[in-house]
Design a protein. Structure first.
Length: 233
């Protein structure tokens, strides 16, 4: 039957490969998620060719990376990208490089992860934003605010998700404050939730401070972020 003649009460077919979560046929969710472009930053699909820029960005004052995996040097950066792309190809994450519009340089990374499907459709119903780091030179600039706005807008307005989670180590007060300033709601602490990202604590579980934004909360959160960017000098 043609699409025009199909009974509208019947659901549209969803071509998801059940053996590869996050795939649409042979294409991953990352393949279908194009660049997200703002005024200050564009989130572009992560590629190995960005290793040099990212290594340079991560080399400037690493004192703020205590709770975050940030590669140190060219070799670590290439290994970091290779591992991230392997997770992308497995359909478990959608990774981006954060690239400055003014210079075209990649200055950090971020991703969608913990992607969940509830409604049997191609787009996810819940995601987490994480794996985020920025070079020190742009940490107190509009880049992080705009990057979060781009990710949240895509999640809620393109994918139509119900919930976006943002998580951090319970001890990371700097990150917790930044997440709360976005307008996310603190949900509590999940004990022994994930492996710590602290270099001197290998294979040790951490307690995770969990925040979230729901679809009902999104309009107010979006306006808060838009207003913050508009106030940028």
């Amino acid at each position: 039957m043609s699409i025009r003649g199909r009974d509208r009460r019947q659901p549209e077919p969803i071509w998801i490969n059940p053996r590869r979560p996050g795939t649409f046929g042979a294409v991953t969710l990352a393949d279908r998620t194009g660049p997200l472009v703002g005024q200050y930053v564009e989130l572009v699909p992560l590629e190995m060719g960005m290793a040099s820029d990212l290594a340079a960005a991560a080399a400037v004052d690493r004192s703020t990376y205590g709770f975050t995996i940030v590669p140190d040097g060219d070799d670590e950066t290439e290994a970091y990208i290779a591992a991230t792309l392997a997770d992308r190809d497995a359909g478990t994450i959608v990774p981006f490089a954060q690239r400055l519009r003014s210079t075209g340089r990649a200055v950090g990374c971020t991703r969608f992860l913990e992607i969940r499907w509830w409604r049997g459709r191609a787009e996810p119903d819940e995601v987490e934003i994480g794996g985020t780091w920025l070079g020190t030179e742009v940490q107190r600039s509009p880049v992080n605010t705009e990057a979060k706005l781009l990710l949240l807008t895509h999640a809620f307005e393109t994918w139509d998700v119900f919930r976006v989670a943002i998580a951090t180590d319970e001890r990371n007060e700097r990150s917790r404050t930044a997440i709360a300033r976005l307008g996310a709601t603190f949900e509590g602490v999940l004990r022994n939730h994930r492996l710590t990202r602290v270099p001197l604590e290998p294979k040790t579980p951490r307690n995770t401070a969990m925040f979230s934004i729901t679809d009902a909360e999104w309009p107010d959160v979006k306006q808060r972020l838009v207003d913050r960017l508009a106030a940028t000098p």
